[in-house]
Each structure stands twice: as C-alpha cells, then as structure tokens.
Design a binder for this molecule. Structure first.
Ligand code: GDP
Ligand code: CO
Length: 404
C-alpha cells in the first residue's frame, strides 16, 4: 500500500494553458492537453503537475451525475465501474418502461453494482410521478410538462441530479454520459475533472473536456477523427460571438458541445440551463451574457471571477452513434441558442441562418425557435425536495447514505 508520501510522488501532467480570453469576469483558457496520466513530479512553466493526493481530495468532494435514456445496458454497467470509488453517483434515467422495461434492467445493474462494490449510488426515473410532486413541493414547476410530469430531456435529468447533489452538500459536480464504450476513458474523464478543479483559483469554475480523437469507421477502417461536424460549427459561431464582444478574432472555444463537463457547485447553483442539445453551448452563452458585461446580480461570483478550463483527454472518445436526425437536432439547438443570444448581432444572425439552410436544417429563419430555459436551482430547498422524493417516489433506489 502507498502511504501519503508515495501518493505525492505521482502526478498528472497537463500542459499549462498558452492563452486565455477574458470578457468581464469570464476567463476562458485555451485547451490544455493531458500529457501523462501518471508521472513523477515535474515542475516547468509549461506544465501543470497535479499530484494524486490533490486529485483524491477533489474526488471526495465530487458527485458524478449520469443521465441515461435507452442506452445499451452493458455500456451503463461499464461506465459505473469506471467511476473512482470516492465519488458518489447519481443516475437519472428517462429510459423506456413500455414493452421492454429498460429501467428495470438499469435498476438490476445498479443493485448488483452496489452489492458487489459498495459504491454509494442512487438511481431515479425522470418520469416518476413522485419526482413531479417533489418539484411542485419546492415551487419549481417550470421543469414539468403539460401532463404534470418532468419533461423529457437530458437537461431536465441533469438539473435533477444537480438538485440532489445540492442536498448532499458536495462542492463539485461532474457529468458523464452513459453511452461510453470505454470504462478506462470514463475513469480518465473524472480524473481530468478533478485535475481541472485543482487548477482553478476561483470557487466558480467549469471544466469542459475536449476529445483527442473520436474513432469512426470510414471505408471499413478505423479512422481517428479530430473534429465532429456539429462541434466544429458550434465552436465557430461561439468564437464569432466572443470576438464580437472583445473586438479580437479568436478560436479559443473548442468545447462548445462538451457533454462531459464538471463545475463547482457554487457555479452550477447560479446558472440557468437551456434544454435539448443546447445545454452545453448555452452554458458558455449564459456566462458571457451574465458575467461578460458587469451587469450581474451575482456580485460574489463576478468578484471571484469565472474560470472555464478546456482539457484535451488522452483517451479517444467512443460513444453510441445516434444517426443523422440526432446530428441535425444538435446543430439546430446549438445554433439557435447562439442566434437568440442578446450578444449576437445582425451579421452573426445572418451567417447562422445561412449555415442552417446550407445544412438543410431549416428553410427559413422563422424555424429557429428559442430553446426553453430552466431557471437556476439557487433558491430551491434541496432538503425539502429530497424529503418529498423519498416519501413519494416509487423508482428511487438509494444506496447513497447507506453507511457512507
Ligand atoms: P451526445 O453524446 O451529446 O450526442 O448525446 P447522447 O444522445 O449520447 O446523450 C447524452 C447522454 O444523455 C446519454 O447518456 C443519454 O442516454 C442521455 N440522455 C438523452 N436523453 C435523455 C433524457 O431525456 N433524460 C435523461 N435522464 N438522459 C438522457
Ligand atoms: Co453520446
């Protein structure tokens, strides 16, 4: 076994950021590559060296939220097994309960996982009527649909996870998708989050992951793609929006659609979240709108500064491919969130319309609808929400506070 001194000897090596863009209180750092997952300690001005001891300390304060909807059960199983033991796990599922009860399969996996590993974990279904009752109890009805249940959507699942993390009084929260093929990659992502959180000087920080590569099958061969089509487009327009504000052209944003991201709870609690596929790009828009101009109601956050780190993983990212419809939906939602930002000028709007038309996503600008926004959870009483959830839910599997 290692003692504390031994732990200190091993470190993650990450490039120091070469550059950062600053707008008001928001600082967005350039991509930093993970150079080595475990190394001896090295200190040079071009490297950040984060000791295992520092990483372990953050992991203890980090909750991992896994949104899941109709994924292959083996993928979820692999993802769970990859999460470092110190992080509690919250799985929010919106999987089908119709013909084949996929949620039941997820429940079996979670129970078995806990029985074997004793890893603190909870699982809940997004459409559980008890969840809607709990949201009503705390006055957060904007997350409900016409039928009085929680709306479909990854964002709604993520916000639910956040509320539970708030109740747990954890300092950090990280999101991990359930459709990842490589548990080893997932393990790295969580450790990258921790490394990023160690680098931040502000209690208002966000870590967004950038893939080194995304493997695809091209002409029956494995090809390691650097950029996804939607990501490239989303990043281009986010950078144009930023350049519009600063007056300097930039390509700093490389994680516009970063599904894998982490935040300090302080930041997550004050942010509004957009829905559909726009949740991730909107996070950057929200920060620039709220903190880029000095007009915010959050003086403490503005004074501390908001730091956005972008970390390039060592592992490639292989997840479930969901087809052309998914790609178009992602482009639509991502670009409409930029289109409707109050920071977007006429020129940028015209370019976005052209982009969406040329990709056959829309035929006219009238189709570029505003995405629904979920307000922040800052005023919600997490304890009241959880108490009601425990009382009224029938899908809640809770191994979170069983002796942990
Ligand atoms: P992409 O990887 O960003 O292209 O999007 P995915 O379709 O893989 O979605 C990301 C994660 O969110 C996956 O784990 C999905 O299973 C999950 N997800 C998608 N829709 C929902 C939903 O309505 N509710 C919940 N809780 N999770 C969802
Ligand atoms: Co995915």
């Amino acid at each position: 076994m290692f003692d504390d001194d031994d732990l200190r000897c091993f470190s993650m090596l990450i490039e120091a950021p070469r550059n950062a863009e600053i707008l008001g209180s928001v600082k967005i750092y350039d991509v930093q590559k993970v150079l080595k997952l475990e190394s001896s300690e090295l200190e040079t001005p071009l490297l950040r060296c984060i000791t295992n001891e520092e990483i372990e300390e953050v992991l203890e304060r980090l909750v991992v939220i896994i949104p899941v909807k109709n994924e292959k059960i083996n993928l979820l199983d692999g993802v769970l097994r990859a999460i470092p033991q110190k992080c509690k796990i919250i799985v929010v599922s919106n999987s089908s309960r119709m013909k084949q009860d996929l949620f039941k399969m997820e429940e079996d996996v979670v129970r078995r996982f806990y029985r074997v590993t004793k890893h603190p974990i909870m699982l809940i279904h997004q459409k559980d009527p008890g969840m809607a009752i709990s949201y009503k109890e705390v006055g957060f009805s904007s997350i409900l649909d016409g039928d009085g249940l929680v709306r479909d959507g990854k964002a709604e699942g993520m916000v639910t996870g956040l509320l539970i993390a708030k109740y747990l009084k954890k300092d950090f929260v990280g999101f991990i998708d359930a459709d990842n093929y490589f548990p080893g990659a997932v393990n790295e992502y969580v450790r990258d989050y921790a490394a990023g959180l160690c680098m931040s000087k502000s209690p208002y920080a966000m870590i967004r992951l950038h893939w080194k590569h995304k493997p695809k099958i091209v002409k029956r061969k494995l090809y390691f793609k650097k950029w996804g089509r939607v990501s490239e487009i989303t990043n281009r327009y986010l950078n144009l929006l930023l350049a519009n504000q600063t007056g300097f052209e930039t390509d700093i944003i490389k994680t516009g659609n970063a599904g894998e991201h982490a935040m300090t709870m302080k930041l997550a609690s004050i942010m509004n979240f957009s829905t559909g596929y726009s949740i991730e790009p909107y996070q950057l828009i929200y920060l620039l709108e709220e903190f880029g101009r000095g007009e915010t109601e959050y003086a403490e956050a503005a004074n501390a500064g908001i730091e956005v780190f972008q970390i390039e993983t060592l592992n490639p990212h292989l997840h479930e491919e969901k087809g052309e419809k998914h790609v178009k939906g992602m482009m639509m939602d991502s670009l409409s969130t930029i289109f409707h930002s109050r920071l977007t000028n006429k020129y940028l709007k015209t370019r976005i319309i052209e982009e969406l038309k040329s990709n056959k996503v829309v035929e006219s600008d009238k189709e570029i609808k505003k995405n629904l926004i979920i307000p922040s959870i800052k005023d919600i009483d997490g304890k009241k929400f959880m108490k009601k959830l425990e009382e009224s839910s029938d899908t809640f599997v809770n191994f979170l506070w069983n002796g942990n």
